[in-house]
Design a protein around this ligand. Structure first.
Ligand SMILES: *[C@@H]1O[C@H](CO)[C@@H](O)[C@H](O)[C@H]1NC(C)=O
Ligand SMILES: *[C@@H]1O[C@H](CO)[C@@H](O)[C@H](O)[C@H]1NC(C)=O
Ligand SMILES: *[C@@H]1O[C@H](CO)[C@@H](O)[C@H](O)[C@H]1NC(C)=O
Length: 189
């Protein structure tokens, strides 16, 4: 090879490499959510995907069982694409990622963005349930306290006194049934 050929060869090679680098090396897109990634149920959220000014297509994907599926595509030259989820629920919550297209290639995927939905109605329901359970449990506690006091008081009585009072044995039997009755819900809880 003559020196001229070598130079030409190098020029072609270097040029080719430069073009390849330009096409294949797109910056990693950014992904973010406003107002935040924790969204109350039925509220809206904006997902922003940041690419390059020359990108003409953005694609938002959500992680299904094990693979990402396309949620939405946005066409048009823009540096940042905006995806809106109008009503957050358990189906729209999950891991998102995005990528953009520039010239003839796709960028790599962005980092994953986890969107969490807070179920406010369910939370109220749970609190309400807890209060209801507490109110229902209160008489049971009072009953147990009375029974305990009753039982402790009877222990103090001498044995012959108990036999003299027929209604006492009757009330004792009653308290025993109440004991078992009172204990069952506590066990199942
Ligand atoms: C991609 O481009 C960045 C600058 O934009 C550069 O720092 C990096 O080395 C390039 N990577 C490759 C593989 O060419
Ligand atoms: C969800 O929000 C919209 C307004 O953004 C409202 O019209 C609708 O009634 C809400 N749905 C429920 C089930 O609360
Ligand atoms: C995800 O997995 C569940 C069970 O593992 C299956 O029933 C469901 O169809 C899958 N969904 C998709 C979108 O593949």
């Amino acid at each position: 090879m003559t020196p001229r050929d070598t130079t030409l060869f190098c020029l072609v090679l270097c040029l080719g490499q430069k073009i390849e680098a330009q096409e294949g090396n797109l910056s990693t897109p950014t992904i973010s959510a406003t107002p935040g990634s924790v969204i109350p149920w039925n509220e809206s959220v904006k997902i922003l995907c940041g690419g390059a000014p020359e990108s003409y297509l953005y694609q938002l994907e959500i992680l299904g069982n094990s693979t990402y599926t396309v949620v939405e595509k946005k066409w048009g030259f823009q540096k940042t694409a905006e995806f809106v989820i109008k009503h957050m629920d358990t189906n729209t919550a999950g891991r998102y990622q995005c990528r953009y297209r520039k010239q003839y290639s796709w960028s790599v995927h962005s980092d994953a963005l986890e969107l969490v939905v807070t179920d406010t109605t369910n939370q109220d329901y749970t609190t309400e349930n807890l209060i209801r359970m507490g109110v229902a449990g209160l008489p049971l506690v009072v009953l147990l306290v009375i029974l305990a006091e009753n039982w402790l008081g009877r222990q103090v009585l001498p044995k012959e006194d108990q036999q003299e009072l027929p209604e006492l044995s009757c009330s004792r039997q009653k308290t025993q049934t109440e004991w078992t009755f009172g204990l069952t819900p506590r066990v199942t809880r």
